[in-house]
Ligand binder design. Structure first.
Ligand SMILES: [Fe+2]
Length: 200
């Protein structure tokens, strides 16, 4: 009996160690598009029918959607909205003066595959007011919202992003891991972890 209890305790401890913390919720903010663009695919740098490409530095976002045990969650709809390289949302109420980039999609959708994987191609958003550059994210299963959060970009190229050496635990759990693809394009990896409070 005692051996069984000890084994159970070890198993629970191992599970605690291996389980990942759920991705924190964050505020939706006021700029979820009030009218979705006609093109809502996972490449925000091009708009169907436009010859031009979005201004700004390209970044490929990608990762997985998993539960706290690391199990892949397929079929999750991931919505991304963000500013263009000039700091403007596609929302009609964005107060920043000037014209937004007409070739930037501003909003996109990806769906996690059988391995939980997703990816977006977009540009590095500009920060605005006192806020560092960030991506807004909403996850849905069917029509059901399961997570709203924001992702941060570590400082790179000497100017943009937050200081990765001074993150709170919460900020660290919402920050992309930056890298470079073979062709030199900036990459940002992030795994969305859904906990019991946000079951698939
Ligand atoms: Fe924002």
């Amino acid at each position: 009996m005692r051996v069984a209890s000890f084994g159970l305790a070890v198993a629970l401890m191992c599970e605690m160690v291996s389980a990942a913390a759920p991705t924190p919720h964050d505020v939706e903010g006021p700029f979820y598009p009030d009218a979705l663009p006609a093109d809502i695919d996972d490449d925000l740098t091009t708009i169907h029918g436009h010859a031009g490409r979005a201004r700004g530095e390209r970044i490929r976002l990608g990762g997985r959607v998993v539960d706290t045990d690391g199990k892949a969650l397929a079929g999750v709809r991931i919505e991304l909205w963000q500013t263009d390289a000039g700091g403007r949302y596609i929302h009609s109420g964005d107060p920043l003066p000037g014209q937004r980039d007409p070739d930037f999609q501003g909003f996109g959708v990806a769906t996690s595959d059988e391995f939980g994987r997703y990816r977006f191609t977009t540009v590095v958003p500009a920060g605005y007011a006192s806020r560092p550059p960030h991506f807004h994210i909403r996850l849905l299963r069917g029509a059901r919202e399961i997570l709203i959060t924001q992702l941060y970009l570590p400082r790179h190229n000497g100017e943009r992003g937050i200081d990765a050496s001074r993150l709170s635990l919460r900020e660290a759990s919402q920050t992309l891991r930056l890298g470079r693809a073979a062709d030199g394009t900036l990459t940002g990896d992030f795994d969305f972890v859904l906990g019991n409070a946000t079951p698939p």
